[in-house]
Write a protein that binds this ligand. Structure first.
Ligand code: AHM
Ligand code: MG
Length: 334
């Protein structure tokens, strides 16, 4: 039996592949891991501690902030504050980017994160996630702070997620394959549980909030109807699975194939999910495993962001499934 590889060792091994690396990136990854472990510990005891329920506040997204959302956000900010390597953190739970290192000092990285994804699952002991994306900044860049870190997904240095499910797992990519680590709670370490994950080119499951059907375009309704039709040759009808936690649904897609969709709606074409800390990092992971992330019209990785909390429609999963969805969803040129 081969000896277990911890996530810390894995990060350092990756660092050795880059002789010019200063170790700053590895430290950031280690901080994310620490934040993930602290949040996992909180979630394990959530029903026993007084940390469930709402704070009474509404976030930048117009959504009710849960106490655990706030606590997870504070946890990540604190770990980044402790070593002052990340220059800026941008979170779903903070209206403005948070400057860890004042502008006059250097700081090569910005981290985008969704500290607790799937908030509606908090009070019912269903899966939750955290999503992160790391961008390299040009320290000498001048111009508006926003222009330093609002970069397309294709320029991410790393992207990944933590899934707080029946076990806690961390999945990440630095553009060199997708690797999965499982938290061993006894020793408090994430251990490598799958490396260089490749996903099926086509699946049998779709994941979407079908309660929104009346709000969708005809093209979207036609695509879902297509998946629900019987056709033995193409493996239809597809099964529907939807957890209410994007990370959990995308993780299933990564391992089993198929696709997750949160489309735009006729009255809200931008959809619900956020480009920089939901769609882009998950697309980085899925594309490294052989899949595709798309809006249905264009590829997520190519979108030039205009604002930190920008929303995008998301169609993500197996290559053939997403390509077919695009043929339904792309506007037809008459
Ligand atoms: P959140 O980051 O505020 O939790 O919102 C994102 C979540 C996703 O995890 C999930 O897939 C989706 O929103 C669920 O939304 P809905 O309840 O509209 O289906
Ligand atoms: Mg989210």
């Amino acid at each position: 039996m081969s000896s277990p590889i911890s996530l810390t060792e894995h990060i350092l091994d990756q660092q050795r592949l880059h002789p010019d690396a200063t170790g700053e990136f590895s430290t950031i990854m280690t901080q994310i891991v620490l934040g993930g472990k602290m949040i996992a510990q909180d979630l394990r005891q959530a029903g026993l501690l007084d940390i469930l329920g709402s704070t009474g506040d509404v976030n930048i997204q117009g959504e009710e902030v849960q106490r655990l959302d706030q606590r997870a956000n504070d946890t990540f900010v604190q770990v980044f504050e402790s070593s002052k390597i990340v220059r800026t953190v941008i979170s779903e739970e903070m209206e403005e980017p948070y400057t860890v290192i004042p502008a006059e000092r250097t700081g090569k990285y910005a981290v985008f994160f969704d500290p607790l994804d799937g908030s509606s699952n908090i009070d019912v002991n269903a899966p939750l996630g955290a999503i992160f994306s790391i961008h390299r900044l040009l320290p000498s860049s001048s111009g508006k702070e926003n222009s330093l870190y609002l970069k397309p997904g294709v320029e991410q240095v790393a992207g990944g997620y933590i899934l707080f499910g029946t076990s806690t797992i961390l999945v990440y990519t630095c553009g060199d394959g997708v690797h999965q680590f499982t938290l061993n709670p006894g020793i408090g370490e994430f251990l490598l549980s799958a490396s260089n994950i490749t996903m099926p080119s086509r699946g049998k499951i779709y994941s979407v909030n079908e309660g929104n059907r009346q709000k969708w375009s005809n093209e979207m309704r036609n695509y879902i109807a297509h998946l629900q039709e019987s056709d033995v040759a193409t493996g239809r009808p597809y099964s529907l699975r939807y957890t209410g936690c994007l990370v959990a649904d995308v993780h299933r897609v990564l391992l089993k194939g198929g696709l997750y969709l949160y489309p735009g709606e006729v009255m809200k074409p931008e959809g619900k999910l956020r480009l920089m800390y939901e769609a882009a990092p998950l697309t980085f992971v899925i594309e490294q495993a052989g899949g595709i992330g798309s809006t249905g019209f264009e590829r997520i990785r190519n979108i030039q962001p205009k604002a930190p909390h920008q929303r995008v429609p998301l169609v993500i999963g197996s290559r053939e499934d997403v390509e077919l969805a695009e043929t339904f969803l792309k506007p037809k040129i008459e």
